[in-house]
Design a protein around this ligand. Structure first.
Ligand code: PXP
Length: 240
């Protein structure tokens, strides 16, 4: 049986909480329930503008969780300082623009290259596993290896959009397959995430060599109807 790990992104529990400025629903409660329901890791994105997860969430979740916490951060000095202090076992470096609704694309690895290299080195020295969120292309996965990342997470947004719109996706999945293979051959652990639903996760789970999916928006949305526990169990069944 193939074993793809399921990372559950709970940012949108904090989005709902923040919409009313209350202290509920609790991201910590969601993280602990996801853990109990079979999540392999919990992902949170601490954004520069703190629009969902905040530093107190990070502190509480990190201290209570038994499965690994995957912290998504932008490549900035502020986030480096926080990550070094909190020591999450997994870190994923993502691009970030203030105006975007969600993470719109993969990292530009040529931009701030030296800073990225230093950041990765420091985080790894601090015992965090470091992943880079990239577009599925050859140049970026090769660059991720040169930068000495442990893993890459392939941005699946374009692939998922094609699926959602019932458009042809074979070219896109072929590209993803090639990039996963290149990543594995380079010795990188390859993950996938962004926009995944039951349908797109099922198709993508057939691509050999992907070790981890990180899923948030659809999973939290579906939980409104089915509950977090049932939704996580369904995803686990689909991807394994
Ligand atoms: N992986 C990364 C690196 C992300 O930035 C996001 C979005 O925060 C996700 C996965 C999850 O995407 P979605 O919420 O669309 O499932």
């Amino acid at each position: 049986m193939k074993k793809i790990r399921l990372g559950v992104n709970i940012d949108h529990v904090a989005t709902v909480r923040n919409a009313r400025g209350e202290n509920y629903p609790s991201p910590l409660r969601a993280a602990l329930l996801a853990e109990k329901s079979g999540a392999d890791s919990i992902t949170i994105h601490l954004r520069e503008d703190r629009r969902h997860i905040n530093e107190l969430d990070l502190k509480l979740i990190k201290s209570k969780l038994k499965i690994p916490l995957n912290l998504e951060i932008a490549a900035t000095n502020e986030m480096l300082r926080i990550a070094l202090k909190r020591k999450p076992p997994f870190i994923c470096i993502v691009p970030e623009k203030r105006q975007e609704v969600t993470t719109e694309g993969g990292l530009n690895l040529k931009f701030k290259r030296n800073f990225l290299k230093k950041l990765i080195m420091k985080l790894k020295k601090n015992k965090s596993r470091v992943s880079l969120f990239i577009e599925p292309n050859k140049a970026d996965i090769q660059e991720a290896k040169i930068l000495n990342a442990d893993c890459v997470e392939i941005h699946t947004g374009k692939f998922c959009n094609l699926i959602n719109k019932n458009k042809k996706f074979h070219k896109e999945i072929k590209k993803i397959k090639e990039i996963v293979k290149i990543g594995n051959d380079l010795g990188l652990e390859v993950h996938a995430g962004h926009g995944l639903t039951y349908k797109s996760a099922k198709i993508l789970s057939k691509v050999p060599g992907i070790k981890e999916f990180n899923i948030g928006h659809f999973l939290i949305g579906e939980s409104i109807f089915e509950g977090l526990k049932t939704t996580i169990k369904k995803f686990r069944k689909i991807i394994r």
